[in-house]
Write a protein that binds this ligand. Structure first.
Ligand code: MN
Length: 130
């Protein structure tokens, strides 16, 4: 790996319609030194992902206009965004959800309320795997 590559700031796109959650996830990601971008629904998220090419996407599931599942389908169908890891964040945690989300193409899954530690751990783990 070239030194220039190593120094590049990690870009994280947060797709979340709840302002409080958005603020929280933003603070946590910035505490790690990552550069953050915000989108308020899946459609905006997909558009921004194509433009920004983030290293990681944090994706809410329940959102207006376009939900997180539909957004991931579009991201995975596009070769420009297919490789970007997406972590699902959702409050509707049920048994088997994790497996369902991973099968759907998400890199990881975190149940809300999201703890700072679990989000940091998941983000770092996914970024290391790239
Ligand atoms: Mn939501």
């Amino acid at each position: 790996m070239e030194p220039e590559e190593k120094k590049r700031t990690i870009k994280v796109l947060i797709v979340e319609d709840n302002e409080r959650n958005l603020k929280l996830f933003n603070l946590i990601m910035r505490s790690l030194g990552y550069e953050t971008f915000a989108a308020r629904n899946g459609e905006e998220g997909v558009m921004m992902a194509k433009e920004i090419r983030p290293d990681l996407i944090l994706m809410d599931i329940q959102m207006p206009v376009m939900d997180g599942i539909s957004a991931v389908d579009l991201l995975k169908a596009d070769e420009g965004t297919r490789e970007i890891p997406v972590i699902a964040l959702t409050s509707y945690a049920m048994k088997g959800d994790r497996e369902r989300f991973l099968e759907h193409g998400f890199a990881d899954y975190i149940a809300k309320p999201v703890s700072k530690d679990s989000l940091i751990m998941a983000a770092k783990k996914v970024l290391e795997k790239r």
